[in-house]
Design a binder for this molecule. Sequence first.
Ligand code: NAD
Length: 259
Amino acid sequence: MDMGIAGRTALVCAASKGLGRGCAEALAAEGVNLVIVARTKETLDATAAEIRAKYGVDVKALACDITTPEGHAAALAACPAPDILVNNAGGPPPGDFRDFTRDDWIKALDANMLTPIELIKLTIDGMIDRGFGRIVNITSSSVKAPIDVLGLSNGARSGLTGFVAGVARRIAATGVTINNLLPGTFDTDRIADTLAAQAKAQNISLEEARARRAKALPAGRFGTPDEFGRACAFLCSVHAGYITGQNWLIDGGAYPGTY
Ligand code: NAD
């Protein structure tokens, strides 16, 4: 299916690896030119070069911390008029809620709530003026079903979800959509780190920890960044103009509810 977005420009945050990279690649596969953001220049430059070579689109790499005001300004300077904005950043650390300090909360809110809101604020009026825009926020299945050790994620991402629910409807007649993609368990570095910690705590091998985790999922396996990216590309396509304000779970059936 032709997604109808070839030649568009996307700003994809936190895109050197994992789900952000999956989104960047799937958009590039549709002919979308990219500005990709991540903190580590070498990894980011390598990703940019690979995407450029594979898909033949323009890829600009911006190394910065997207969760800071300097990062927001740099992203806008590098990509002043995106047609597509994919909001993403690293997730907050796990822990007991009693141990979370005010500073921990501010960091989580900056990364997973206030940065996407700021980037939406900085780009949405241009999209409205041009009559087309797609905003996709990478959040988490924890928004639908809280994960007890991820209190910072449950809280900060729910704040973003509430904000998006209001704005998406307010601008629904402008040609600009805003949706959230809620990943379950995907095979990325973040999950590899969690599995390594689990393996150590349970005194089992990494392979065993991985096999147990996969077996507990209805799909019997982790999702791939490519699958995640393809869903993002569809939401950014011309065919998804009537889908807005939605929270789309991509979790291999892990969420147990009927609705
Ligand atoms: P990942 O560790 O594989 O990749 C993270 C990417 O974000 C990297 O490119 C990294 O450089 C970049 N990044 C992190 N912090 C940044 C910052 N402050 N500024 C700029 N770039 C930054 O992670 P992932 O698994 O792809 O996860 C992406 C998001 O999705 C995270 O918020 C994570 O919590 C969330 N999530 C992931 C899963 C999963 O199964 N992988 C599940 C639920 C939620």
